[in-house]
Design a protein around this ligand. Structure first.
Ligand code: ADP
Length: 436
C-alpha cells in the first residue's frame, strides 16, 4: 500500500474490527458490538472532517493546521501545497501586472484602457495632462461623457486602428493643444485609447512652412529684377561678344531659379491652405487632357516621342481645376523630358473596376531603378540631377503632384521596370467621380 497515509488508516480499521470481535466475545452481542465500534469510528471520521472544514474556512493557514496523522495529514499537506502554488502564481501575476502598469505609465503617451461600453478601466498619469482624465475619480465613467469631441466619438465607434488629430483648449494660457488620438482594439472587449501631444511638432512644421514661403516670397522680387536686366542686356547689340556666353548662362540660371521659386510657392500654397472644394466644381478632365496633349505635342521635336491618348470622354470629377491641370501637365511633361528618343507615351483616363477615376501616364522609356521610386515625391529628389537640370526641371514636380492628389483624397502610385518603362497612376475615389 506504500507510505501514502493509508497504512495508518488500515490499522485503525483493523482496530475497529478487533474491538468489535472483543466486544462480541465478552458480551456475545456480535452485531451490537460491531455497530457500536462502527458508530465510534464514523463519529471520529466526522470530527476530523469538521476540523478540516473549519481549517479550510479560516484560509488554510499553516499556523492553524489541525493535529492529524495518516490520510488526514496527507490531505492537509496536499491542500497546503496547492495553496502555496496558487499564492506564488498570484504573486507572479500581480508582479507582472505591476510591471506592465509601470511600463505603460512610463510611456510618453496618455493611455486609457476602455471596456466594450467605452467605460474607463484604467488610465496612466499623462491621461490627466492630455485628456483631463483622473483615474481616481473617473474609473467606470464613459469616456464619451468626458471627451465631448465628435471625431473622438467617431473613432471609438469605428474601433479601427486610425489616428486623428484634435485641438483641446488648455487652461493655462487659453492656447490650443494639439493631441493625436488613436484607438487600438486589443481583443475581447478591451481597447486602448492612446494620445500624444503634437503641438510642438506642429509648431516646428508651421515654422518650416512659413520660412520656406517667406524666403521664396522675398527672393521673387529681386530675381524678377535680375532676370529683367539680363533680358535687356541680351537684346543689347552692343554687349561685348566675349561676354555673351556668360550672359546667356546667367539668364538661363535666373529663369531656372524663378521656376524653382514659383514651384516652392505653389507647394507652400498647397500645404498652407485647405482645398477650396465645393461639390459643384465639376472638372472636365478629358478637355484638360486634350489641352495638355496639344501643348506637350508642340514640345516634341523631330518626332522624338509618340503621344497616344486613351480617354473616357464622359468621365469628370469634382476638384480644383488649376490643380488637376498641374497634375496632368507635370506627369506628361516628365514622361517627355525624362525618357530617351523613340519613347511611346500613353495618356489613359478611365474608371477602374472599383469605379474609381484613374489617370495613368505610361511610357516605354528606360525606367527608374527600384531604389529611387519611393523617394521621387520628395522635394528636389532627382534620379539624374544633370538631366533634370538640363531639361529645366526643378525637382519639385512630383512633390506637387503628390500634394494635390492627397488633397483630393486620391492615391499616387509609381511603378517602373528598367528597360521597359514607367507608369505614374493617380486614382481618385468614387466620391470624387461626377455623376450626371
Ligand atoms: P523634375 O523637375 O526633375 O522633373 P520631378 O519631381 O518632376 O522633378 O521628378 C523627379 C525625378 O523623377 C526626375 O528628376 C526624374 O529623375 C524622375 N522621373 C520623373 N518622371 C520620370 C519618367 N517618366 N521616367 C523616368 N524618370 C522620371
Amino acid at each position: 500500500m506504500g507510505n501514502n497515509g493509508w497504512n495508518i488508516e488500515v490499522w485503525r480499521i483493523a482496530l475497529v474490527i478487533f474491538m468489535s470481535i472483543l466486544g462480541g466475545l465478552i458480551s456475545a452481542q456480535w452485531l451490537l458490538s460491531l455497530l457500536l465500534c462502527l458508530v465510534v469510528y464514523i463519529a471520529w471520521l466526522l470530527y476530523k472532517l469538521n476540523q478540516l472544514h473549519i481549517w479550510l474556512s479560516k484560509g488554510a493557514k499553516p499556523a492553524l493546521l489541525p493535529d492529524s496523522n495518516g490520510i488526514w495529514e496527507r490531505v492537509t499537506q496536499k491542500i497546503q501545497l496547492t495553496h502555496k502554488k496558487s499564492d506564488r502564481r498570484k504573486d507572479r501575476m500581480a508582479n507582472l501586472l505591476k510591471r506592465l502598469q509601470d511600463i505603460i505609465a512610463g510611456l510618453p503617451y496618455a493611455t486609457v484602457v476602455l471596456n466594450g461600453n467605452n467605460e474607463i478601466d484604467w488610465a496612466n498619469s499623462l491621461s490627466q495632462e492630455y485628456l483631463n482624465i483622473d483615474i481616481k475619480k473617473d474609473r467606470g465613467q464613459r469616456i464619451d461623457n468626458l471627451i465631448r469631441v465628435p471625431q473622438v466619438h467617431q473613432i471609438l465607434a469605428e474601433n479601427a486602428n486610425k489616428e486623428i488629430e484634435v485641438s483641446f483648449p488648455t487652461d493655462d494660457f487659453g492656447l490650443d493643444k494639439q493631441i493625436a488620438l488613436q484607438v487600438i482594439p486589443v481583443g475581447g472587449d478591451l481597447k486602448l485609447l492612446i494620445a500624444r501631444d503634437t503641438s510642438e511638432r506642429n509648431k516646428i512644421n508651421r515654422m518650416r512652412k512659413n520660412f520656406i514661403a517667406n524666403a521664396s516670397h522675398e527672393l521673387r522680387t529681386p530675381l524678377t529684377v535680375i532676370a529683367g536686366y539680363l533680358e535687356i542686356m541680351q537684346e543689347d547689340e552692343e554687349f561685348p561678344k566675349q561676354l555673351q556666353p556668360a550672359l546667356h548662362a546667367s539668364a538661363d540660371q535666373s529663369i531656372r531659379m524663378q521656376r524653382i521659386i514659383e514651384d516652392l510657392l505653389t507647394l507652400s500654397r498647397l500645404e498652407n491652405s485647405d482645398l477650396n472644394d465645393t461639390t459643384s466644381n465639376i472638372i472636365n478632365v478629358p478637355s484638360i487632357l486634350e489641352r495638355v496633349y496639344k501643348d506637350e505635342s508642340t514640345l516634341i521635336v523631330n518626332d522624338s516621342h509618340k503621344l497616344v491618348k486613351n480617354i473616357d470622354e464622359n468621365l469628370k470629377i469634382h476638384g480644383a481645376e488649376a490643380e488637376i491641370i498641374s497634375v496632368c501637365s507635370n506627369l506628361v511633361h516628365n514622361a517627355i523630358r525624362h525618357t530617351q528618343d523613340g519613347t511611346m507615351i500613353t495618356i489613359e483616363w478611365k474608371l477602374n473596376a472599383n469605379n474609381e477615376a484613374c489617370l495613368i501616364i505610361k511610357d516605354t522609356g528606360q525606367g527608374i531603378p527600384a531604389e529611387h521610386i519611393a523617394h521621387l515625391t520628395e522635394r528636389f529628389y532627382r534620379v539624374d540631377k544633370g538631366r533634370s537640370r538640363e531639361t529645366g526641371g526643378t525637382g519639385l514636380g512630383l512633390a506637387i503632384v503628390q500634394h494635390i492628389v492627397q488633397r483630393h483624397n486620391g492615391k499616387f502610385d509609381i511603378s517602373s521596370e528598367i528597360g521597359k518603362g514607367s507608369e505614374f497612376k493617380v486614382t481618385f475615389p468614387v466620391s470624387r467621380v461626377y455623376k450626371d
